[in-house]
Design a protein around this ligand. Sequence first.
Ligand SMILES: Nc1ncnc2c1ncn2[C@@H]1O[C@H](COP(=O)(O)OP(=O)(O)O)[C@@H](O)[C@H]1O
Ligand SMILES: [Mg+2]
Length: 438
Amino acid sequence: MPVISIIGPKGGIGKTTLSINTTAALTRMLGDSLNHDSVCLFDLDLRLPTISSILESHPRKTFYDLFETLANKTYQVDFLQSIYRILTLFQAFLDNEIDSNNAQLQKSLALYKNMNIELFHFSEFSFGNVLQEFFLERGQIHTVKQIKVLKPLLKKIDMDSFKEIIKDRENNSRPVADEFINYIEEYKFSLLGGEVPILGKRSHRKRINEPAFLLLFLEFVNELIGRFKYIVLDTPAGGVNHLSSLMNSIDQVLFIFDMSNSIAVNGSIDALHSFIDYYEDFYEDYKQGRLTGLDKAYVNRMIAMRGQEAVTEILSNKKFGIIFNRCQSPKEISNCLDQLREYLETLDRYDEYKDRIHMVGMVPHHKIINITNNRGTLFYDKDSSLSKCINLIAENILTDNQNCPTLSNSNGEILQFLQKKGQGSWASRFGRIASSLS
Ligand SMILES: Nc1ncnc2c1ncn2[C@@H]1O[C@H](COP(=O)(O)OP(=O)(O)O)[C@@H](O)[C@H]1O
Ligand SMILES: [Mg+2]
């Protein structure tokens, strides 16, 4: 289940356009082996999802619904379960059933002290007021012995009815994966994601920064990803900040270099560098057992799903690729390659990474694509020379980049490879210039 992220540091450089067309090409190439679980396009843009409107496909449930479900049901239930555990252990201590050194009790005290109650809906529960008071007392409780102060409060909570309420809420509290997967018959791939900007809602912006909530979200996303053979992520500008642990599920990161914009190119080079650093640090922390918090929880879930060996492989062997977009002349690509090599040399990273950065494809600047009302976005299959460019990208994904040049190839070789598949007028012009460079 390779996960491919099409990413770039800036809006407007072609992430969405190339994600959609690459997904269409991958789907086409799988041919006979194709089924409903083969390919999924995943709109990870929580700020401004656009794919469902571009493809005019409206999922039964969007990620906005997912946030609502997680926030209103899953999160509340998880919270209730944690409180239940805390109350049970505190009560057992007050009843002298366990002593102050009990490890579970110590853990419960820490949980009680650190739980973020901001997103819990106290008013929804009959004992909400008492619970709120229970948390207000936290400032005074520092040691296990001080739990005694809470005795009168605990007396007010009927644990049996508390348990009943949890049971009640547990039913229907988890999102159902199938409801979020939108298989599009016309295109033969599935779409995941949104229609409404999730982060447009203030409480959702808060939630995404809440580790317990974020973990629920990531866990669900991982479950969805696990269902498909190939996943293409349209990854929002600036990486996925709050979703950074999700970056560890990605097998190949394809950076878009927008050749029409030298500032954007500098940004992409910089982004490539930060991902190299991010993955190196993460792998090192993983090996040394230094991961904490969300990252640790996330990796543990990945291991539970795929096994330790697979996870080590995924974390140690990230692939990086480059897609040149909006190309107008091979000279631009050539200059860009030189710039990237020089940049990596300066950082002393060139030797280590020259064979790990693949030149996966190239798409010319084309008026068919550049139509402001989005009608040109899905151009695959409509224009043969453009389709060939996209086929090359999909082919490299399918063959694991085995035939793909890397930074250690010469510019001439790279250009030759990138234009090989395109036979259209633009591409043959490109070819002539490319061969004159090699
Ligand atoms: N190769 C290209 N040639 C012409 N226009 C392009 C090309 N790639 C993208 N565009 C146009 O650029 C705009 C931004 O592309 P988009 O894929 O939405 O970028 P992003 O997802 O990175 O914000 C769109 O109008 C798209 O049609
Ligand atoms: Mg986009």
